[in-house]
Ligand binder design. Structure first.
Ligand SMILES: [Zn+2]
Ligand SMILES: [Zn+2]
Length: 456
């Protein structure tokens, strides 16, 4: 690693065992969205002990925080996530457990590694700021509730990201690359129908079926699909059928809708049309309709200058290599991944190039709301064995794999190196600002309705 910034990154090697210990602690206390008390406490304590000032309860979210070091501009933040998923087996195994033991939740999205990388990066930039004596602020952006909670959207609405010159993040994956694809704006709305119960055989004419309304709404939306823009998406789950008795006219039923659009304006138009389907179903069945907005996030804005800076940083550093034991572990674990291409390497061993044309991405992330408020970039961190499905027990099981932790520390170094170069070269931040402004027009129109609060 023959780069002048190496002296600032050394701290990540020195502090590596402590950072790993902190991340392992987060893995061992998997907590769901907005309930990450122990995880957030662990990260905040670690940062406080290392000279960061922690602001708690950010945006009114008890498990959100911002930890800061330094003062003035440039002002750069590293995104940290730390929520887990439900229905995961939280065990470091190579074979599927016969039954779930211990914690039912688990880090199937590797967020313990996500926050570990952010903390590592922040330590190195702290080192740079204190030893160079330059002006600048480095922050760890403690973002709760990523999994279905859109925590960052609430933080964005409270202005947490708008003063930043750049935000960087590194999400666990099984490949090394800078994220080049955007994402769709997204929201979920719960539609509730209320009608009248009745005996379905003798007095069905007195009943007004809420389940009929749900079915009609779904039929209407399924016809709507043909007439939506190609990059729109609609998904639904019937979350309450009104009961299990077919001889009762169901008086109450609920369906949860998720809508996606290429940007917030396109999403708003799609939501309007889906709501018309709901209203039409209520009208036809003489039921009453309530629509409850649950959560939502903006589409992701990409910034080429930040992508190039992070890509260069990744290439300037040496990728972690698996040990013999980690290779043996991978050979066992891939036996549980049917359909995995055997030609794939066990662990990713190169940084994928930034493609000339970027394929569209039909998923969504609350990092979209960060990206509307400041130039934002993320890297895919090859924490997992190649072929590992996301949100799976196999991803959880690899949470304490040595390779995953070395990948986390590498991600910290790459993000820190990119941030230091952004601080050293104002023209890079200026270009990033310009590219960002060209795409956002300098305004942010959130998906969240004004004043909307999450279900904590
Ligand atoms: Zn996830
Ligand atoms: Zn995730």
């Amino acid at each position: 690693m023959d780069i002048p910034e190496a002296k600032y990154l050394d701290v990540i090697d020195r502090m590596g065992p402590a950072i790993t210990d902190m991340a392992a602690g987060v893995w061992k206390t998997p907590e769901l969205a907005f309930r990450e008390e122990r995880s957030a406490a662990r990260i905040k304590k670690f940062l406080e002990e290392n000279g960061f000032t922690v602001e708690e309860n950010v945006a009114g979210l008890p498990t959100a925080f911002v930890a800061s070091f330094g003062s003035g501009k440039p002002d750069i933040g590293f995104i940290a996530e730390y929520d887990a998923l439900s229905d995961m087996s939280q065990q470091p195994l190579a074979t599927h457990p016969a039954k779930l033991a211990g914690e039912p939740h688990g880090h199937g999205c590797g967020h313990h590694l996500y926050c570990g990388g952010a903390v590592a990066a922040a330590l190195a930039v702290r080192e740079y700021l204190s030893s160079s004596g330059r002006s600048g602020t480095v922050r760890v952006l403690g973002c709760p509730g990523e999994e279905g909670g859109s925590g960052k959207a609430y933080m964005a609405a409270a202005g947490v990201f708008s003063h930043l010159d750049a935000a960087l993040g590194g999400h666990p994956e099984s490949m090394w690359a800078v994220r080049t694809r955007g994402s769709l704006a997204c929201c979920t709305v719960l539609y509730k129908f209320d009608g009248l119960a009745a005996h379905a055989g003798t007095r069905a004419y007195l009943g007004r079926s809420a389940l009929d309304a749900v079915e009609l709404m779904n039929v209407a939306v399924n016809f709507l699909r043909e007439h939506m823009p190609l990059d729109n998406r609609v998904h639904y789950a019937v979350t309450d059928t009104g009961g299990s008795a077919p001889n009762v006219v169901q008086a109450h039923a609920e369906v949860l809708y998720m809508m996606r659009g290429k940007d917030n304006a396109s999403l708003a138009e799609l939501c309007r049309r889906v709501e018309l389907c709901a209203k039409a179903a209520a009208l036809a069945t003489e039921t009453t309709l309530t629509g409850e907005f649950e959560s939502g996030s903006s589409n992701l804005i990409t910034v080429p200058t930040l992508q190039k800076t992070l890509d260069k940083a990744m290439r300037d550093l040496e990728l972690p290599k698996p040990t013999e034991a980690e290779i043996a572990y991978a050979k066992e674990l891939i036996k549980t991944m049917p359909g995995r291409d055997p030609a794939l390497p066990l662990y990713a061993d190169k940084v994928l190039p930034i493609p000339d044309t970027v394929a569209p991405h039909f998923g969504s992330t609350d990092t979209g709301d960060v990206s509307w408020n400041c130039p934002t970039v993320q890297m895919h961190v090859a924490s997992w064995i190649v072929g590992t499905p996301g949100h799976s027990w196999q991803a959880v099981a690899q949470g304490l794999n040595g390779f995953a932790f070395r990948a986390m520390l590498y991600a910290g170094k790459a993000q820190a190196l990119a941030a230091i170069r952004l601080m050293e070269h104002p023209e890079l931040l200026e270009a990033a600002r310009r590219e960002h402004r060209e795409k956002t027009g300098g305004k942010y129109d959130p998906v969240l309705p004004p004043g909307h609060k999450p279900k904590l």
